[in-house]
Each structure stands twice: as structure tokens, then as C-alpha cells.
Design a protein around this ligand. Structure first.
Ligand SMILES: *Cc1c(COP(=O)(O)O)cnc(C)c1O
Length: 441
């Protein structure tokens, strides 16, 4: 049996309609920006394998660090124990994050990093309002504590948001066909539009009215990824954040996609002067080699958990919390990312993207592309064909066509985007652009 046939018999793939599914492509090797299939064909991975592979595939430096760590300590329980990679990574992350963050909480993917942030901020308000008798916890009637008057319990999020697939993360994400089967199980969230010149005053008014009931505001800074690479401007986001912060609402920046250079800066939150209280990271964190999630918080959040009341403990963790291999991969990825060479490549891709966007827009009417936008290493536009549907078949045909030309892209509905590994060469990037032009034709 071929790999495809064996797969067909036993595997259930993510985000994949299973009936009449096309056989998945067997990939046997990855090197730099290239993926190789069984037949020896090569494809430029122009979306960094779902936005994670920032230094390319098969990176020798990361691989060697992983190998050494695997022989030293591959895993250990993280409650009551610690290890060098976890501590070193926290020490290296904290100073480069866009605010004065004081604590790193580990989990194991992007969804769990946002899930942790949601729980952390809800419990922050619960802890603040938690009833104690003479400084001692109420051991009975725990239920009463969750209905304390005046406790903030609402969450604020953007329409078209995507924060992951676990229940909390789904709740604060856009309600769509992807979450339809669970709508009655998702908690209530106040959804607002992303800010712009025309709606900013209205948004500020709404937040000023509802503010004292809102526990936290979760947002993807400047680019809504899975929602269709929708971009919005830092200027209006700053105004919105100012209002949100004035209402004492905890700000959670979901930088799972935007972190580690994607938007041209190390973190997209750097584009705003108003900074988050909690920041979520994953995807590029380990250079795309291992699953790891990080939720960082400021001291204000952490202090709410420092109490003699044991009920104020943050009861959350995963078997693979702070896995030493994953932390080591993140440390190695950070070495590579912070080198002049890599930071320079990020700027170079950003400049090339701008030039290509200009070129695309001059061909606009002929190519029926619209809404061409760039932020750092991300470029996105819609192929105009009537409907804006994620389930649209156009994505499949574009993917197929591009593959035939040696480039892997995976449009979100009719939204075509590229998000290449930073190690992409001049020739490869040109090939990606040319493929897009040919494909549109
Ligand atoms: C991908 C993504 C997530 C979910 O991360 P997973 O590792 O896939 O669970 C959350 N938030 C954003 C902004 C993402 O792009």
C-alpha cells in the first residue's frame, strides 16, 4: 500500500471534510523553504506550514540543540520541578516582550495559550472579589464565590477573530460554520468591529458604557489571521486600547501568529503605544519545530494570585507544560531570530512585499484582485469572484494550481496570502510572486 492508501484507512485530518476527500500529499522531507514529496517534486512552503516554520525546515542548528537536550532531559513534571531550558527561555523572553511582563506560564500550543489567558484574566477578577472570612477562605459555598456582586465576568473580542479550537478559545472567536455545532455551549462574548476612522467613537462609547462589567479584551494585534488576514490600523487600535485600559479591562494580545517577527517587528503590539497585560505566543516560538505555548503576564495579574487563600491558586496545567525539548527549540530559534542576518531578512521580505503589492495593484482591474494589503512578511488580497466564503472551492483550485507550479499556498476562502519562512531566498520569493501572477491569469 502507498502512504496515501494507508493514511486513507486510519487517519482523520484536521479541518478536512472527510467524505470524498482528496488524498493528502505525502511529504518525505523538508529543507529550508522547500518541501519534497515522494516523487521528488519540490514545493516552496510559502505559508510556513500554517505560519509556524520561521527558519525553514530541517534547520540544523535547532536539530542539534534538540538532539543534545533529548539525551540530557527530554521531559519532567513541571509542578514542583524545574529545568534549565524553561528558566532560560523565560529569562530571554521577558526582556524582549512589548511591556513590563513579569511571569511566563507555559502550555503546549496556541489554543492553550489563549485558554490560559482567558482563565487567568477571569480568575483575576474572581480573586480580587473572592470572599474571605478573617483572611481565611470560605471552604464551603464555593459556588457563592462565583456570583459575587460586581465581579467582572464579560469578555470583549473582535468579530472575525480566531483564538483557537478549545472551548474558551472558540467562545472568543468568530461564530461561524466552524463553531456552529457548539454554539449553545460557548459563553457569551461582546463582539465588536475592528477599529477604524469611522467607527472609533461608537466603539469608545460602547466600551465606556459596558466597561465595568468586562473582565478582559482579547485581540489579534493588527492582523486577524484565520479570519481572512484582515488588517486594521495601529492608530485606531491605540485609541481603542486607551479607552479599554481606562476602564481597567485586562488586555490580552494574542500574538500566536503575529509574534516573532511576522509583522516586521518582533511583536505586533510594538506598533501601538498602549501595551497588553497578557500576551499569548506559540507558532513561531519554537521556529515551528515543537509544540509550545506561552502566556506572559504583568505583575498586576500575578499579584492577584499571591495570597494566603489557596483558593486563589491558578489551577491549570498540562502533562507537557514547559517540555524541555520544546523550550530548547524555542531558545535555539531565538538565537537565530535575533541575529542581524535574520532581522535583516524580515525587513527585506517586508520591502519586497510592498513592491509586489504596488505591482499587483497596478494590475488590479485586469487581475480582478482587490484589497491588497501588506504588514511585514504577510501579504494578502482577495480574488474577486462574487462571494466571500471560506468554504468556497476556489481555495482548493488555487492551491492545486500553485502546487503544479512548485509553490505551496493555502488560501482562506478567496483570500490569497503568503507568509514565507524568513530564510526564503531572492529567487524563491520571486518565484512565489510570479506563481501568484500566473495563477491569477
Ligand atoms: C493558530 C492560532 C491560534 C491557535 O493556535 P494552535 O496552536 O493552532 O492551537 C490562536 N490564535 C491565533 C491568532 C492563531 O493564529
Amino acid at each position: 500500500m502507498t502512504l496515501q492508501e494507508r493514511d486513507y484507512a486510519v487517519i482523520w485530518h484536521p479541518f478536512t471534510h472527510q467524505k470524498n476527500r482528496k488524498p493528502p500529499m505525502p511529504i518525505v522531507k523538508g529543507q529550508g523553504t522547500l518541501l519534497f514529496d515522494e516523487a521528488g517534486n519540490q514545493y516552496i512552503d510559502a505559508i510556513s506550514s500554517w505560519w509556524v516554520t520561521i527558519h525553514g525546515h530541517g534547520n540544523r542548528y535547532i536539530a542539534e540543540r534538540l538532539y543534545k537536550q533529548a539525551l540530557t532531559l527530554e521531559q519532567v513534571i513541571f509542578a514542583g520541578f524545574t529545568h534549565e531550558p524553561a528558566v532560560s527561555l523565560a529569562e530571554r523572553l521577558l526582556p524582549i516582550l512589548p511591556n513590563n511582563f513579569s511571569r511566563i506560564f507555559y502550555s503546549d500550543n496556541g489554543s492553550t495559550s489563549t485558554e490560559v489567558a482567558i482563565k487567568m484574566s477571569l480568575q483575576y477578577w474572581w480573586n480580587e472579589k473572592a470572599l474571605t472570612v478573617n483572611g481565611l477562605p470560605l471552604t464551603e459555598g464555593g459556588d457563592q464565590r462565583s456570583t459575587v456582586n460586581g465581579q467582572r465576568t464579560k469578555l470583549l473580542a473582535f468579530k472575525d477573530a480566531y483564538h483557537g479550537d478549545t472551548f474558551g478559545a472558540m467562545s472568543v472567536s468568530d461564530r461561524s460554520v466552524f463553531t456552529l455545532a457548539f454554539h449553545d455551549k460557548l459563553f457569551e462574548v461582546l463582539f465588536i468591529d475592528t477599529p477604524n476612522e469611522t467607527n472609533i467613537e461608537e466603539l469608545k462609547e460602547l466600551i465606556n458604557n459596558e466597561g465595568d462589567a468586562i473582565a478582559a479584551f482579547i485581540y489579534e494585534p493588527l492582523v486577524q489571521g484565520a479570519g481572512g488576514m484582515r488588517m486594521y490600523e495601529a492608530q485606531w487600535m491605540d485609541e481603542l486600547l486607551k479607552t479599554v485600559k481606562a476602564q481597567d479591562i485586562i488586555c490580552i494580545a494574542d500574538e500566536v501568529m503575529t509574534g516573532f517577527g511576522r509583522t516586521g517587528k518582533l511583536f505586533a503590539s510594538e506598533y501601538m503605544t498602549e501595551k497588553p497585560d497578557i500576551i499569548c505566543m506559540s507558532k513561531g516560538l519554537t521556529g515551528g519545530t515543537m509544540a509550545l505555548g506561552v502566556t506572559a503576564c504583568t505583575d498586576r495579574i500575578y499579584q492577584a494570585y499571591l495570597s494566603d487563600d489557596k483558593m486563589k491558586t491558578f489551577f491549570h496545567g498540562h502533562s507537557f507544560t514547559a517540555n524541555p525539548l520544546a523550550c530548547t527549540a524555542a531558545l535555539a530559534s531565538m538565537d537565530l531570530l535575533l541575529k542581524e542576518e535574520c532581522l535583516g531578512k524580515i525587513q527585506w521580505i517586508s520591502e519586497e512585499n510592498k513592491l509586489f503589492a504596488t505591482k499587483l495593484s497596478t494590475l488590479h482591474s485586469r487581475l480582478s484582485t482587490k484589497n491588497i494589503r501588506v504588514l511585514g512578511t504577510i501579504i494578502a488580497f482577495e480574488i474577486d469572484e462574487g462571494k466571500d466564503e471560506y468554504l468556497n472551492d476556489i481555495a482548493t483550485s488555487i492551491t492545486q494550481k500553485a502546487l503544479e507550479l512548485g509553490v505551496y499556498i493555502r488560501p482562506l476562502g478567496n483570500t490569497v496570502y503568503i507568509m514565507p519562512p524568513y530564510c526564503i531566498t531572492k529567487e524563491e520569493l520571486e518565484k512565489v510572486y510570479e506563481t501568484i501572477l500566473m495563477m491569477i491569469d
